[in-house]
Design a protein around this ligand. Structure first.
Ligand code: AMP
Length: 416
């Protein structure tokens, strides 16, 4: 189905074609016609499905089709609230690219940078603001932004915003926007908290879905390595030696951990950069740019810093630590396999993390393939009784050459 048949203006169809997209993704073909009609939407779509265009294209169309009344600077008519600055920047980039044949202005507003340019931009008039909650509230308090003319409100990655503790901020923002509006909420998962937010603030929303809920994007192959905690970095270095691992996003639970892993990789002669919230905004953007341009092989990130990272062609996401929240697992691995490209996700599991990976498996409703590397075996292979981990009587880890041979990505044999 071509973009044109969704009811989009020629200028927008040209805008998406100029990005090299010939056909809409599933969420785009479902959401765009509904959003163009002005109806509220709950979009359940994971990151990587093309959800951003699913709300940005209708916003651009609806605003450009409605002439502005009055003179003076343009009022903010669409507000997109996102959990992180990276996601805000990414949305701004898409709004500018897709809307390049229209005459609308978009501005990302986020914390960690001076307010000066944001205030100047807002004063000059902006049609679409993409904001993180904290900085937006700052502008509201200083009265450097007015939301009184907002016609369209988008809550992007709503589940993440709630996970990150932004619920009160989000409520305050919604209350500052006129009641008479179109509201679109996008979320990878529909927790009771997200549902109640939608029920409270939306009018007769249409639900639009893409893919199975909780099921990570189908093109991603997911693997689990059982490995001793103190051998994780050695295993990581070994995997990164594989020439197919050109662009790898590594997740660490802590900032300190991210720095430590990065230093170890550098000492092993690898190009690695860390991205976490101890770095200032320009350092973070520089790390991200370096990774995007292929200047480094591995970007070692903490959970929050990695939100909204949109890098084409990530070969692999490696969870150095098992995520404690199963929802975060989906968000993390969604960084690879974007827009229907193949991607790999590997999770390192130490003995004490076994319950966490089981919890993730229950959450996604799928058993993950277990691997182990002969040079970096799991500690419980020697220290703990196997039956704690293996259900089948007599089952054990294969250590001989009878298992699968090394694959072309350098993954050794399957063990469970
Ligand atoms: P999102 O889920 O919005 O973060 O988008 C994920 C990726 O898909 C981005 O890198 C987009 O550039 C890309 N994308 C968006 N729409 C399409 C499309 N119709 N065809 C191919 N790629 C797309």
């Amino acid at each position: 189905m071509p973009f044109k048949s969704l009811g989009l203006l020629d200028q927008l169809v040209q805008g998406v074609h100029s990005q090299g997209y010939s056909a809409p993704t599933e969420i785009q073909s479902r959401a765009i016609p509904v959003a163009l009609s002005g109806r509220d939407i709950i979009g359940r779509a994971q990151t990587g499905t093309g959800k951003t265009a699913a709300f940005i294209l209708p916003i651009l169309q609806r605003l450009s089709s409605k002439p502005l009344s009055g003179h003076g600077p343009r009022p903010v008519r669409a507000l997109i609230v996102t959990p992180t600055r990276e996601l805000a920047l990414q949305n701004e980039e898409f709004a500018i690219k897709y809307g390049k044949y229209l005459h609308l202005k978009s501005l990302a507003v986020f914390g960690g940078v001076s307010m000066y340019h944001q205030i100047a931009g807002l004063r000059n008039g902006v049609d679409i603001v993409i904001a993180t909650p904290g900085r937006l509230l700052d502008h509201m308090q200083r009265r450097t932004i007015s939301l009184s003319q907002v016609e369209i409100l988008v809550l992007d990655e709503a589940d993440r915003m709630l996970d990150m503790g932004f619920i009160d901020d989000v409520r305050r923002i919604i209350s500052a926007v006129p009641r008479e509006r179109q509201t679109m909420l996008f979320s990878a998962t529909m927790s009771p908290e997200v549902r109640s937010l939608a029920m409270r603030y939306m009018k007769n929303p249409a639900t639009v879905e893409s893919g199975e809920e909780r099921n990570p994007i189908e093109t991603i192959s997911q693997k689990v390595y059982r490995v001793a905690r103190d051998r994780k970095t050695d295993l990581l270095i070994e995997l990164l030696k594989n020439p197919e691992m050109k662009s790898v996003l590594v997740f660490s639970r802590t900032r300190h951990g991210a720095d430590r892993i990065t230093r170890r990789l550098e000492r092993a002669g690898m190009r690695a950069l860390a991205i976490h919230s101890d770095l200032n905004q320009s350092q973070r953007l520089r790390a991200l740019e370096g990774f995007k341009r292929g200047h480094c092989q591995a970007l070692v990130a903490t959970e929050i810093a990695a939100r909204g990272i949109d890098v084409e062609g990530i070969d692999c996401v490696i969870n150095y630590d098992v995520p404690e929240q199963p929802g975060n697992y989906i968000h993390r691995i969604g960084r690879t396999g974007r827009a229907e490209h193949e991607g790999d996700a590997i999770t390192f599991v130490a003995f004490e993390e076994e319950p966490l990976i089981k919890q993730i498996e229950r959450f996604i409703g799928k058993k993950l393939e277990r691997l182990e590397h002969p040079d970096f075996p799991p500690e419980f292979q020697t220290q703990k009784p196997l039956q704690q981990f293996e259900q089948r009587p007599g089952a054990g880890f294969r250590t001989g050459s009878s298992g699968r041979r090394f694959s072309k990505r350098g993954h050794p044999r399957r063990v469970a």
